[in-house]
Write a protein that binds this ligand. Structure first.
Ligand code: NAD
Length: 357
């Protein structure tokens, strides 16, 4: 199990440092794990004038899985676009063909009060958003700016999906639903967009291969509403890049804190890049304030999806659950008045729980 570790910027090195300690415990227990570290994002610019230095890409290509922290920070905001930290992330996704983004939104019962929704609406929430990551309006051509016939400046982008692109992400959705409760909701805008009409036709046709999965369709505007009205109606949602970007951020807030949620971005063979959904949090970087649990839970996803070690994934998730049950809270998940621990102490608690599991 060869892992490339890309800490990135801001709180990235701190949170990834705690996940690395989890890997060390698992290695001591006899798992054949090796890892190497390389810079990405702003750290890549600092080290090699490139947000995705060639040596980092080579390490990521050679690895079986990648663990990333987060990229970005005010220091890099004024750099020209190709040098911006997020370009490193977009490029590594594209270079490695990481087309399937899995974003679970799971509300731990211990954190029900941290959600902005009423406990009865969100308690027991456990949904998975499968978002296509390498196509759609983010990559469609042509795009740009021009002057129109009336002499006004305009901007334009192209929404675009081919049938093979829709099929491969839909299959990820069907397979995921099959392993869960057997319900898949495909989200589109087929009442308005040609791309979405093709999307819906393609997903509907594929459903014949998955007779055990109950497929429904929903327009994206309704899905946005239903996610806050009655989120527990969903099990797996599959959708395109643009709609998934927005809906997955919305869903993450149902679960309380951004500091709790992991994600996976997979290629066609199950190789993946695993990262917390939050950013580099420059406002709290270097101060032992960041919640490392989303990064540690991203490792659990790595063991489940790339290494097919569901037992190890459950062990890591169980350790996180047990520290939450014991009442340990970083600032982002603490209620007013609750005692707060730092990044390192939260890591210590997870390690202790892991060792005794
Ligand atoms: P952010 O997710 O970094 O922070 C939003 C808020 O959540 C901040 O108040 C932050 O302190 C808090 N927060 C985030 N993660 C936390 C954690 N683990 N524990 C406790 N609190 C946490 O989003 P932002 O402020 O919009 O962006 C900051 C930088 O991160 C920007 O440069 C942005 O481009 C970048 N970013 C990177 C990624 C990524 O690497 N995948 C994603 C989003 C934003």
């Amino acid at each position: 199990m060869k892992i490339a570790i890309l800490p990135g910027d801001g709180i990235g090195p701190e949170i990834v440092g705690q996940a690395q300690r989890v890997l060390d415990v698992l290695r001591d227990d006899g798992l054949a794990i090796s890892y190497d570290t390389a810079p990405i994002g702003g750290a890549g610019c600092d080290a090699a004038q490139d947000p995705l230095p060639p040596a980092t890409l080579a390490l990521a290509r050679a690895a079986d899985a990648i663990l990333m922290g987060a990229v970005g920070g005010p220091r890099y905001d004024t750099l020209p676009r190709p040098m911006r930290p997020e370009q490193g992330l977009l490029r590594i996704r594209r270079e490695l063909g990481l087309f399937a983004n899995l974003r679970p939104a799971l509300l731990y019962p211990e954190l029900a009060a941290a959600s902005s929704l009423k406990a009865e609406v969100v308690s027991g929430l456990d949904l998975l958003i499968v978002r296509e990551l390498t196509g759609d309006i983010y990559f469609g051509q042509p795009r740009g700016r021009r002057r129109n016939a009336e002499g006004a400046d305009e901007g334009f982008d192209t929404m675009h999906y081919s049938v093979p692109e829709i099929e491969r992400i839909a299959r990820v959705g069907f397979e995921a639903a099959r392993k869960r409760s057997g319900r898949l909701c495909s989200v589109d805008k087929a009442n308005v967009l040609d791309t979405s009409i093709l999307w819906r036709e393609t997903v509907t046709r594929l459903a014949a291969d998955y007779a055990d999965v109950a497929l429904t369709h929903m327009y994206v505007d309704n899905a946005a509403m239903q996610l806050v009205k009655n989120p527990k109606q969903f099990d797996v949602i599959v959708t395109g890049n643009l709609f998934g970007d927005i809906l997955s951020d919305e869903a993450s807030m149902l679960a309380g804190s951004i500091g709790m949620l992991p994600s996976a971005s997979l290629d066609a063979n199950g190789k993946g890049l695993y990262e917390p959904i939050h950013g580099a949090a420059p406002d709290i970087a270097g101060r032992d304030l960041a919640n490392p649990l989303a990064t540690i839970l991203s490792l659990a996803m790595m063991f489940r999806h790339t290494f097919a070690h569901a037992d190890v994934a459950q062990r890591i998730e169980g350790s996180v659950r047990s520290v939450l049950r014991r009442g340990l809270r970083t600032g982002d998940i603490a209620l007013p008045g609750e005692a707060v621990v730092g990044t390192r102490a939260m890591g210590d608690a997870v390690i202790a729980a892991l060792r005794s599991s």
